[in-house]
Ligand binder design. Structure first.
Ligand code: GZL
Length: 332
C-alpha cells in the first residue's frame, strides 16, 4: 500500500511537473538540458512579501531570460514546506541547477542531500542556511545582513554622540525584527547588538518580529506605542515594516524622524522618499538586484565549474546628512 502510495505520489509529482512546463507555454521537454541544449534552472522563491522581494524576483527572471536560461520558477507563498516540495520537483525533472532563497536558515539538510544524490548543484541566494554538511551546496550569493545591522548601529553612534546619554539615562531602542529564524533577521540583530554591546548608553527596550510585512509593522507599532511612551529609536529590519510603523506613529500624533529616530533596511523608493521628507533618518541598502550575478553563477554550475563559496553583493548606506537629491530612482 505504501509503495503504491509512493508510486502514485511520484507519478503525481512527475505529472505535475510536466503540467507545469506545458502550462508555462512549453511542451513537455525531454529530461535534462542535454537534449534541449539550454540550461534549465529550478528557482524556489519565498513569496512576494515586500517591494524588495518583488524586485529580487524580477531581477532573477529578467536575467534568466536575457541569458537564455530556462527558468522553472516556484513561489512558496512564505512556506518552507512549499520550497522543499518545489526543490523535490526540480530534482524529479532533473534540472541542471537548483537555486533558492531559504525562508529560514534551518531544515534543509535532507532535501539538499537528495539534490546532491541526484547530481544537481545547489546555489543559495539572498538568505543563508545553517547546515551540517557544507558540501550540500555549491555557494551563496546575497546580502550581508550582519553588516547591515552593524551599519544601523554605527549610524546611531554618530547620531547620538555628545547627547549626554549614559547607562543611567540610555537611548531607548525598539526593534522591529524580520521573519523569525531567517538569516536576514538574525544577521541584522546580531550585527546591531555586536556594535552596541560596547555602548551601555544604548538599550534595546523591546524587540518583536513583524515578519517583514507592512501590515504587521503597523500593528506592532500601534501596540508598542500603547506600552512605551519614551522611545528614542526604531530600528526596523525592513522598509515594509517601517512604512507600517510610520503610519501608526502619525496616527498617534508623533513626528517620525524628529520625535523618534528611524533606522530602516532595504532602501526601497518609499523609504528613500521618507528619508527626503525627514520622516526617516537612515536607510541601509539591501540590494535586491542580484539576478545577473545569480544567473551567471548558475551557468557556471551547469558547466560543472567551481564557484566562490560566498559572494556579498555591493550595498551602501543613505542617511539624513547625505546629498539626498543625488539619490537616483531605486526601481523597487
Ligand atoms: C534580505 C531579504 C529580506 C528583505 C525584506 O536579504 O531576505 O526579505 O530585507 C524581504 O524586505 O522580505
Amino acid at each position: 500500500m505504501i509503495i503504491m502510495a509512493m508510486r502514485e505520489s511520484v507519478f503525481f509529482r512527475a505529472a505535475l511537473i510536466i503540467l507545469m512546463i506545458v502550462a508555462a507555454g512549453g511542451c513537455a521537454k525531454p529530461k535534462k538540458s542535454a537534449e534541449t541544449g539550454g540550461i534549465i534552472l529550478g528557482f524556489s522563491q519565498i513569496g512576494a512579501e515586500s517591494a524588495w522581494r518583488i524586485c529580487h524576483t524580477r531581477s532573477i527572471q529578467e536575467a534568466a531570460a536575457a541569458a537564455g536560461v530556462q527558468l522553472l520558477f516556484s513561489n512558496a507563498e512564505q512556506k518552507q514546506e512549499n520550497q522543499i516540495k518545489a526543490i523535490r520537483s526540480f530534482i524529479a525533472y532533473q534540472v541542471d541547477v537548483i537555486a533558492f532563497v531559504p525562508i529560514v536558515s534551518s531544515g534543509w539538510d535532507n532535501v539538499l542531500r537528495e539534490a546532491k544524490d541526484a547530481g544537481i548543484p545547489v546555489l543559495i541566494t539572498d538568505r543563508k542556511i545553517d547546515i551540517q554538511d557544507e558540501s550540500l551546496y555549491a555557494g551563496y550569493i546575497g546580502t550581508n545582513s550582519v553588516q547591515e545591522g552593524r551599519d544601523a548601529a554605527e549610524f546611531l553612534l554618530t547620531k547620538f554622540q555628545d547627547q549626554g546619554a549614559s547607562a543611567k539615562n540610555p537611548i531607548r531602542i525598539v526593534e522591529l525584527s524580520g521573519t523569525t529564524g531567517s538569516s536576514a533577521a538574525d544577521g541584522r540583530a546580531q550585527g546591531f547588538r555586536e556594535i552596541l554591546a560596547e555602548y551601555p548608553e544604548f538599550r534595546i527596550i523591546y524587540s518583536e518580529s513583524g515578519d517583514f510585512l507592512r501590515s504587521k509593522g503597523y500593528e506592532l507599532m500601534r501596540s508598542i506605542l500603547k506600552d512605551y511612551s519614551d522611545i528614542d529609536v526604531i530600528f526596523s529590519h525592513n522598509d515594509g515594516m517601517t512604512l507600517g510603523a510610520l503610519d501608526a506613529m502619525k496616527e498617534k500624533g508623533l513626528n517620525p524622524g524628529t520625535d523618534i529616530v528611524i533606522v530602516t533596511v532595504d532602501a526601497e523608493q518609499a523609504a528613500i522618499d521618507a528619508l527626503k521628507r525627514g520622516e526617516v533618518n537612515c536607510v541601509i541598502e539591501c540590494n535586491p538586484k542580484q539576478g545577473p550575478q545569480t544567473i551567471a553563477l548558475a551557468k557556471q554550475l551547469a558547466r560543472l565549474e567551481t564557484i566562490p563559496r560566498l559572494i556579498h553583493v555591493n550595498e551602501t548606506v543613505f542617511s539624513e546628512g547625505d546629498d539626498l537629491l543625488s539619490i537616483g530612482p531605486r526601481g523597487y
